[in-house]
Design a binder for this molecule. Structure first.
Ligand code: IPM
Ligand code: MG
Length: 355
């Protein structure tokens, strides 16, 4: 089992270190190799995704990823910015299916900014298409407008597009995931305005006919954003495109108490995967030792389940995380009265002990 470990920037190095400790505490043998990515790789090699890092990731069974990005790189040309590393990995490894489960642990019901009764027992799975949409659509760029409201002035543009096979394969992923859960899929679109998402809705509906046992409904993204904070437990599997999935998964994260709790898995068609917390590099708290490592530790559990085929080890890690929460240990982001605040390393160590 070969794991490429790419900690990245900001809190990435701190949280990945804890997940590596947790993996090391399992009675399994891994081959782990670490490489620079993001701003850290730019500093060392002048590129956020060096050839060697990409090669390592391609050859591994799974990638354990921290986070990339720092405001200090905002002025760099886009192709050199840290975010290009994660986008390049997703594209080059064909990681089209992104799983972002939002589970509200009963111990954290009070950490959510929503009323406890709205989030208690919440367990939704956002499935975000990850290699298409306006994120990757060509053409894109800046130019002088020749039409529109202000011809002759500067404009910028991106292209939202989805092909039939791209929608079909993510729809299959969603329906199959729903079969293992409560059998419900909500497809989120903007079919009332966008051609791309009318097509999305049509194709998802067609694929759905192959899954008569799964209940499919459709929701516009603006309504979905509202329903997520009005009655989040009505959702089970949510499938959507890249940009809507980016936005809705951050929103869903807050239902669980903190984005510091939300793991993710990004898979290609041969179950090779990249595993990362859904949160970013948080440069404002980097180096302070206060980041929550649980999203990364839970991502490592997803890695064991999806790419490394070690479901029992995945279960053990998830149980250990629940156990430390039950013990009342909290990093700053999930702290509430009556619990004990710990730092990043103490949280990692507590999970290892619970294992
Ligand atoms: C995410 C992040 C990335 C995205 C950024 C860092 C490129 O926000 O994984 O949700 O937009 O996909
Ligand atoms: Mg995001």
């Amino acid at each position: 089992m070969k794991i490429a470990v790419l900690p990245g920037d900001g809190i990435g190095t701190e949280i990945v270190a804890e997940a590596v400790k947790v993996l090391g505490a399992l009675d399994l043998k891994f081959e782990m190799e670490t490489a620079l990515v993001g701003g850290a790789a730019y500093e060392a090699y002048g590129h956020p995704l060096p050839e060697a890092t990409l090669k390592l990731a391609k050859e591994a069974d799974a990638v354990l990823f921290g986070a990339v990005g720092d405001w200090k790189y905002d002025k760099l040309e886009r192709s050199l910015r840290p975010e290009q590393a994660i986008l390049g990995l997703r594209k080059n490894l064909g990681l089209f299916a992104n799983f972002r489960p939002a589970i509200c642990y009963e111990q954290l019901v009070d950490a959510s900014s929503l009323k406890p009764e709205l989030v208690a027992g919440l367990d939704i799975l956002i499935i975000r298409e990850l290699t298409g949409d306006i994120y990757f659509g060509q053409p894109r760029g800046r130019r002088i407008a020749t039409d529109g409201h202000f011809p002759g002035t500067e404009e910028a543009f991106d292209t939202m597009r989805y092909s039939r096979p791209e929608i079909e394969r993510i729809a299959h992923v969603a329906f199959q995931a729903a079969r293992k859960r409560s059998g419900r899929v909500t497809s989120v679109d903007k079919a009332n305005v966008l051609e791309t998402f009318q097509f999305w809705k049509d194709v998802v509906t067609e694929v759905g006919q192959q899954y008569p046992d799964v209940q499919l409904d459709h929701m516009y993204v603006d309504n979905a954003a509202m329903q997520l904070v009005r009655a989040p437990k009505k959702f089970d599997v949510v499938v959507t495109g890249n940009i809507f999935g980016d936005i809705l998964s951050d929103e869903a994260a807050m239902l669980t108490g903190s984005i510091g709790m939300l793991p993710s898995a990004s898979l290609n068609s041969s179950s090779q995967g990249l595993y990362e917390p859904s949160h970013g590099s948080a440069p404002d708290i980097a180096g302070k030792g206060i980041a929550n490592p649980l999203a990364t530790i839970l991502s490592a559990a997803m890695m064991l389940r999806f790419s490394l085929k070690q479901p029992a080890a995945a279960d053990r890690i998830e149980a250990a995380v629940k156990s430390v929460l039950t013990q009342g240990l909290r990093t700053a982001d999930i702290f509430s009265a009556g619990t004990r605040q710990v730092n990043t390393q103490e949280m990692g160590a507590a999970v290892v002990k619970a294992l």
